[in-house]
Design a protein around this ligand. Structure first.
Ligand code: KIV
Ligand code: ZN
Length: 540
């Protein structure tokens, strides 16, 4: 039997695999804000990034290792391909963390060996122990992954895993890299590893999976029944292609169906002890933060965190829920922190009230950040009668997008209507504070705003997504705008909220432009698609 910690460990890879999804790239401040929230959520491991990818990725993992976690907090983990320079850079990036892990991997399926790595099975069997030992020379906690395990020959997997454990890997991760396997097959694969790897009792079995067939969560739950005790997942299920297994769905399945899962942990069905260490009340806030900062909008019907997940539209359901919640509801909205969206503050609220409410919401801001948040709050309170928790969250999440800004939006003015050609006048300032103003006409006010911004910024791009939704209900609600721009095949997203959706659109566009100019020249390596090639190594 693989090592059993007595519960499921949650390994969050939002900042690594999640950030690999097109257009989801985050700046350092944003990564730090998400890592801090993941720590509040209570994840066991934060995979903070792939330090070898670029200087920016290295710096972000290093900052998270320095500032998030602590002796009691999550383990800070970095990803490294099974190559010396990758592992060395990873070790350096996570050095400051009191609890740290190197996660190294190599592909094991014949299809990857032949077409990607161009290596024989024999070569892989030599590389694995060498690289795991090398990683162990830096840290005690090493995880090893067999990329594309779900499509690998199980007999070869057993050999690889046995060598990795003998070399010192304490966690063995089994990825379904392409989201191909089905639940019973995955269960059999995990059972086979558990039975056929002679030293498996020295390691924790972990699973990682993508959602190409929509089966990732189901696959993981089957794996848990067969002895997997670490789940690698992302907030809102973001990740490459169809994404990764969604953290909130896994955690809430194990929470709501605890009676069913308890016996697989040798517990009585009625045992009330949670199966994960996640503070479920933090789930909604974490979901919103990740969605706001990555620009990956959550579909309304998404399980647990979608806008409709707890909405009871039909009359019959509403009646049933009013009589007894259990008729149509299996999760109490409060369990996931979807409280009654408290009206917390108003025009007359002072700085200390704003600070206190932000602290209650989990935002521990520096003095400057609080000053800025308070100024934005006052501005909003002049336009909106009641400020809710969601409004405050929208204000704060927008702030972390700003630090590396090349362009600052100074003025937005539009004229439009049935008898007018929509016209926008925009003033932008650059890093040196130099201001410039331009006016443009468009098919509508947002189009006019984007055209004026394009002519000022002179950064050619294609607008590929524009979405608006309201933060709260009511006529004076803030509108949240998400914009995605494409240039040279890369996507850049921007997000903003304001009571005026045209202003929100302008700010979101500026945020996306800032991301475009900041990231475009950043040379970055993809951990799975790029091979270990000396010529491509950036200097760390
Ligand atoms: O999907 C995958 O195989 C991965 C590995 C690097 C763990 O993300
Ligand atoms: Zn993955």
């Amino acid at each position: 039997m693989a090592k059993d910690p007595g519960r499921v460990l949650i390994f969050d890879t939002t900042l690594r695999d999640g950030e690999q999804s097109p257009g989801a790239s985050l700046n350092l401040e944003e990564k730090l804000a998400i890592a801090q929230q993941l720590a509040r959520l209570g994840v066991d491991v934060i995979e903070a990034g792939f330090p070898f990818a670029s200087q920016g990725d290295f710096a972000a993992v290093q900052r998270i290792a320095e500032q998030v976690g602590g002796e009691e907090g999550p383990i800070i983990c970095g990803l490294a391909r099974a190559s010396g320079p990758d592992i060395k850079a990873c070790a350096k990036a996570i050095e400051a963390a009191p609890r740290k892990r190197i996660h190294t991997f190599i592909a094991t399926s014949d299809i990857h060996l032949e077409h990607k790595l161009k290596k024989s099975r024999k070569e892989v069997l030599e590389i694995v122990p060498e690289m795991v030992k090398y990683a162990r020379s830096f840290v005690d906690d090493v995880e090893f992954s067999c990329e594309d395990a779900a499509r690998s020959d199980p007999e070869f997997l057993y050999e690889v895993i046995e060598l990795a454990i003998s070399a010192g890997a304490g966690t063995i991760n089994i990825p379904d890299t392409v989201g191909y396997i089905t639940p019973s097959e995955f269960g059999e694969l995990i059972s086979g590893i558990d039975k056929n790897v002679s030293n498996i009792d020295e390691a924790i079995l972990s699973v990682h999976g993508h959602n190409d067939l929509g089966l990732a969560v189901a696959n993981f739950l089957e794996a848990v029944k067969k002895g997997a005790r670490q789940l690698e997942c992302t907030i809102n299920g973001i990740g490459e292609r169809a994404g990764n297994a969604a953290l909130e769905e896994l955690v809430m399945s194990l929470h709501v169906r605890r009676r069913y899962f308890n016996p697989f942990f040798k517990r009585e069905p009625d045992s009330p002890t949670p199966l994960t260490a996640i503070r479920t009340e933090e789930i909604t806030k974490t979901s919103r933060l990740v969605s706001n900062l990555t620009g990956m909008v959550v579909q309304p019907n998404k399980a647990i965190v979608g806008a409709n997940a707890f909405a009871h539209e039909s009359g019959i359901h509403q009646d049933g829920v009013l009589k007894n919640r259990l008729t149509y509801e299996i999760v109490d909205a409060q369990t996931v922190g979807l409280a009654d969206n408290r009206i917390s503050l108003g025009k007359l609220s002072g700085r200390s009230a704003v600070r206190a409410r932000l602290e209650e919401l989990g935002y521990d801001l520096s003095r400057e950040d609080l000053n800025e948040a308070f100024a934005r709050f006052k501005d909003l309170a002049d336009r909106k009668r009641e400020i809710t928790d969601r409004d405050l969250e929208a204000i704060v999440s927008e702030q972390v997008q700003q630090p590396e800004a090349r362009f600052q939006l100074k003025l937005v003015q539009v004229s439009c209507g049935t008898a007018l050609r929509p016209t926008a006048t925009i003033t932008l300032s650059d890093q040196d504070g130099k201001e410039e103003t331009r006016a443009s006409v468009g098919t509508g006010p947002v189009d006019a705003v984007c055209r004026a911004l394009d002519s000022l910024a002179d950064e050619p791009n294609e607008l590929v997504e524009f979405s608006v939704k309201s933060v709260t209900e009511g006529i004076d609600a803030m509108g949240e705008v998400t914009i995605r721009l494409r240039r040279n095949g890369h996507l850049y997203s921007g997000h903003s909220a304001d009571t005026d959706v045209v202003v929100a659109a302008a700010q979101a566009y500026v945020n996306a432009l800032n991301r475009l100019v900041a990231n475009e020249n950043a040379q970055s390596i993809h951990p799975q698609r790029d091979l270990v090639e000396p010529a491509k190594r950036p200097s760390i």
